[in-house]
Design a binder for this molecule. Structure first.
Ligand code: GLN
Length: 537
């Protein structure tokens, strides 16, 4: 259901972004990005402490950071060695702003180096879970047991602390696993408190932002809803807003929020491309359509046949994706034309999109960028509005619940942009869509019945392009094979096939064969990622 979302974030998103949305929280922690792989995680953990934070590139001007009046600054990890030429660095002035600073890994090393210590390549690198001994007299480690487990990932180490610092943690191989200069409120941690393997990591970050920085914790999703409703009203005034609603989590929550703010000044165009999961189109309509719980102007476009027509005879996966994307823009455009000029085009852009497209750091104004699938050239609007632009996915979900959007929608599994189009290997036809929808509905139902739905990160049925001989009721059949997929993953970058109990698989198999016409074989996909992908095409 990310169709609109992905296409929009690939295309419309880059038209114009009106800089930083008003930061509704009064307390801000700035996370300075040195390119580490867990940087978004750092920001998420801080937000879990109810403290608002934003990620900025290490290249960001110090004056800009000062002007934000942050309550604290966190320097992240990064792949470089800080003593190398051209390695990312920071001004020593950063440590003289009078604001508490916490350096993590690369950030810790850089802080030491910039303030006059020494960083060197270690004889033995440390990687993985490591026992650490902490001095819990330091406010950073308040309420942390003296001996605990941390997650290490470094080659370099702090060979000599900067003047004024003292070591507050050690491991067998690392004499300075953490250091502090309490007087200036500067802290350095060699390990990664942001990853869950660091058992007390969240507490350490809490101690920093709530204790050392003194943040009260004013970042809460209920007040976010209230305040953004107020801000949207101010911004939109009497204007008209148009939103492409895919039924995915982000655009749905954006719709809920905008509707709460401006009611029927909002028009949502929901394009049913016929590649949604079973009944999903109707479910979206039940929530957002006339008579549903939200006050807005809802337009459903039943473009199923149009899509099947365009997809007829197309087997190449990339081509299928492209057609589905382009067609979406065309359909959306046509509807927008009927509406005429709107003042705002709303989008469900969320914070990871902003960070990943490199916009978080320095750029306030992003130039228009015509790319993938074409832009809705004929949509006439004056400004973009992105009410979820500062939120992580888990925060978007909380907002969704605050708004009363059903849990079923809010906690939906990830669904590919091109929908079932990439879960049907080969040509897409109405019949194949029906088969995969029915098989998938049975599969999801049985997984839920077995209580396994929370154990897997993503699971679905797909349709292989294989037909094989079978026998049913003494008659020869020549039907399709359905593939069941289920994966466990943390970040969706790598994944393992989930071990589903055999009885559950058997039950699913027998129901699919019996209830779904056109299927005579059910296969379970054991492939991990890599070498496979999660989706089939
Ligand atoms: N590149 C630095 C090192 O190897 C920092 C690593 C990190 O930030 N994870 O020590």
């Amino acid at each position: 259901m990310n169709l609109t979302f992905q296409i929009l974030s690939g295309a419309i998103l880059r038209i114009s972004v009106c800089g930083r949305e008003v930061n509704m929280s009064k307390e801000l922690v700035v996370v300075i990005d040195f390119g580490g792989q867990y940087n978004q995680l750092v920001a998420r953990r801080v937000r879990e402490c109810n403290v608002y934070c934003e990620i900025y590139s290490y290249k960001t001007d110090l004056e800009k950071i000062r002007a934000m009046r942050p309550r604290g600054i966190i320097l992240t990890g990064g792949p470089n060695s800080c003593y190398e030429k051209n390695a990312p660095t920071c001004s020593p002035e950063l440590f003289r702003l009078g604001v508490p600073v916490l350096g993590l890994c690369y950030g810790a090393q850089l802080m030491s180096l910039v303030l006059g210590g020494r960083v060197e390549r270690a004889d033995a690198k440390e990687y993985g879970k490591t026992e650490v001994h902490v001095d819990n007299a330091s406010p950073l480690f308040a309420d942390v047991p003296e001996d605990t487990i941390c997650w290490m990932s470094h080659n370099d180490y702090i060979a000599q602390m900067a003047p004024g610092f003292r070591a507050i943690a050690t491991t067998a191989n690392c004499p300075v696993a953490a250091a502090e200069c309490a007087e200036k409120r500067l802290y350095a941690i060699q390990f990664h408190p942001e990853v869950l393997h660091t058992v007390e990591g969240s507490k350490m970050l809490y101690n920093f932002v709530r204790g050392i920085c003194g943040c009260g914790g004013d970042w809460r999703m209920d007040s976010f809803v209230e305040e953004s409703v107020k801000n949207i009203r101010e911004k939109v005034g009497e204007g008209k807003v148009l939103l492409a609603l895919s039924g995915g989590v982000d655009s749905s929550v954006a719709a809920g929020l905008l509707s709460r703010a401006v009611g029927r000044q909002l028009t949502c165009v929901f394009v049913d491309h016929g590649l949604l999961r079973k009944n999903e189109g109707d479910e979206v309509e039940a929530i957002f359509g006339e008579g549903g719980q939200f006050d807005l102007h809802f337009i459903r476009v039943n473009a199923q046949q149009r899509y099947y027509g365009k997809l007829a005879g197309v087997t190449e996966p990339e081509k299928k994706r492209k057609i589905i994307g382009e067609e979406f823009i065309r359909v959306f455009e046509e509807e927008a034309k009927k509406i005429g000029t709107v003042d705002f085009l709303a989008q469900g852009t969320i914070y990871p999109d902003v960070v990943e497209s490199g916009l978080g750091g320095e750029s306030a104004v992003i130039k228009s960028h015509h790319n993938v699938g074409g832009l809705p050239d004929y949509v006439d609007f004056k400004e973009i509005i992105e009410p979820l632009r500062n939120l992580f996915k888990d925060e978007v979900r909380k907002v969704g619940l605050e708004l009363g959007i059903p849990e079923k929608l809010v906690f939906r599994q990830p669904f590919p942009g091109p929908g079932l189009g990439v879960r049907i290997v080969g040509e897409v036809t109405a019949e194949k869509v029906r088969i995969v929808q029915d098989a998938d509905a049975i599969y999801r139902e049985e997984i839920a019945n077995a209580g396994l739905d929370r154990e897997m990160n993503q699971y679905f049925a797909a349709l292989t392009n294989m037909r094989s001989v079978g026998v049913m009721g003494d008659e020869r059949t020549y039907d399709y094979a359905v593939a069941l997929r289920a994966v466990k993953t943390v970040d969706f970058m790598t994944a393992e096939a989930a071990e589903i109990p055999f009885e559950v698989l058997q039950k699913v198999m027998s129901r699919i064969i019996n209830e779904v016409k056109g299927v005579n074989r059910v296969l379970y996909d054991l492939t991990s990622k890599p070498p496979g992908t999660i989706e089939l095409e």
